[in-house]
Design a protein. Structure first.
Length: 337
């Protein structure tokens, strides 16, 4: 539907004419796992006093929603380890009821999902992304350094049982993942879940050399096509995933290829860290503080957002040939993907 002039004026638009309609808001940098591609084994987390309160997270979301954000994803760190996070979902659900927001959702590692699935559904959450890279308990423990896969499997079951649509996200890595991806496809599609494969990005030091693990999804897709009939599917989530229909299962397989395929021209999203810093591009260290303006006034906050958007890069500068050196110092857990 075309927007009227005053609504159009209130929208957040970057210098390349891309309109921001999607906010990914990190509610904590903490996590109960230490995935090898995401974090260092001994992570130092932020002092709690640096993290926005639930009330501030809510108010900041309100500002974005009033200025054109239609989709809000809570992420982390692990969003479900933040105490009282369900209160925040409950509070934000009023935007679904008024129609100001099309979707309220989250990305989670699933370890606490069994406890929270029903409450999330009651808050109007309809879809949830669950990160799961393997079905093998030992490999899951190795990848996450801490995790027990049965918690995630219980979480997925609980989410499906209360009617949530679940999408699995898996970071593709060289080696065991290539042997297991067929099982993941079968597991996801048998439960009517889409599966999206993600290329590892060089974000933050993890204590591992990403040259040893990074896998091009171009190569993996080529390999998968020897065993599966993959047909391009034109579903668009407005995001970076490209979908293929898998004829043998009837399910969808998504590919997110920040390293081997650039999708920045369609970027409609911004990210805010749990300390209130606005990042307009995943691959850029530039950020703007929103906490101080938020504590001052809504006008000051909108002004800070508009200034940041003028500096939103046209595209990220990740280089697949330089995986060993982080492109940015910040870990993925600061912004949550
Ligand atoms: N803890 C939640 C989870 O794991 O779903 C939310 C935050 S996590 C940072 C969001 C997503 O980022 C997960 O799907 C995770 O697999 C992915 N991720 C983490 N580090 C990554 C990296 N270096 N490159 C690509 N994806 C990464
Ligand atoms: Fe935690 Fe998610 Fe990062 Fe894994 S990917 S360490 S679950 S924040």
């Amino acid at each position: 539907m075309p927007l009227d002039a005053s609504t159009l004026k209130s929208q957040l638009v970057d210098s390349f004419g891309r309109r921001v309609s999607y906010l990914r808001l990190s509610v904590t940098d903490r996590c109960d796992l230490r995935c090898t591609y995401c974090m260092a084994e001994k992570m130092v987390f932020l002092p709690k006093r640096d993290v926005l309160s639930l009330e501030e997270l809510s108010r900041l979301s309100d500002v974005f929603i009033r200025h054109g954000v239609r989709k809000l994803r809570l992420t982390g760190g692990e969003p479900l380890v933040r105490r009282d996070v369900i209160d925040l979902f409950h509070d934000l659900s009023r935007h679904l009821r008024t129609g100001a927001l099309d979707e309220l959702t989250l990305t989670t590692n699933g370890t606490q999902l069994a406890r929270h699935a029903e409450a999330l559904a009651q808050c109007g959450v309809r879809r949830v992304n669950v990160s799961l890279d393997t079905l093998d308990p030992a490999r899951y423990r190795a990848v996450t350094r801490l995790g027990d896969i049965s918690n995630v499997l219980d979480g997925i079951d609980a989410a499906l049982a209360v009617g949530l649509k679940v999408k699995l996200n898996a970071v593709a890595s060289r080696g065991a993942f290539e042997d297991e991806v067929d099982d993941l496809i079968r597991f996801a599609h048998a439960r009517d879940m889409d599966l999206t494969l993600i290329e590892e990005m060089p974000l933050g030091e993890t204590g591992q050399n990403r040259d040893d693990t990074a896998l091009s999804l171009r190569d993996l897709q080529h390999d998968l096509a020897q065993r599966w009939t993959l047909k391009p599917h034109h579903r668009s989530t407005g995001g970076p995933a490209r979908f293929m229909y898998v004829a043998q299962t009837g399910g969808l397989l998504g590919f997110i290829q920040p390293m081997s395929c650039n999708f920045c021209a369609l970027c409609n999203r911004v990210r805010v860290s749990c300390t209130g810093r606005l990042y307009t591009c995943m691959g850029d260290d530039g950020s703007v503080d929103l906490r101080a303006p938020l504590r001052h006034s809504e006008d000051a906050t909108v002004e800070a957002i508009r200034i940041a958007l003028q500096a939103k890069p046209e595209r990220h500068q990740f280089d697949a040939g330089k995986m060993a050196i982080p492109a940015v110092a910040r870990h993925m857990s600061v912004l949550g993907g």
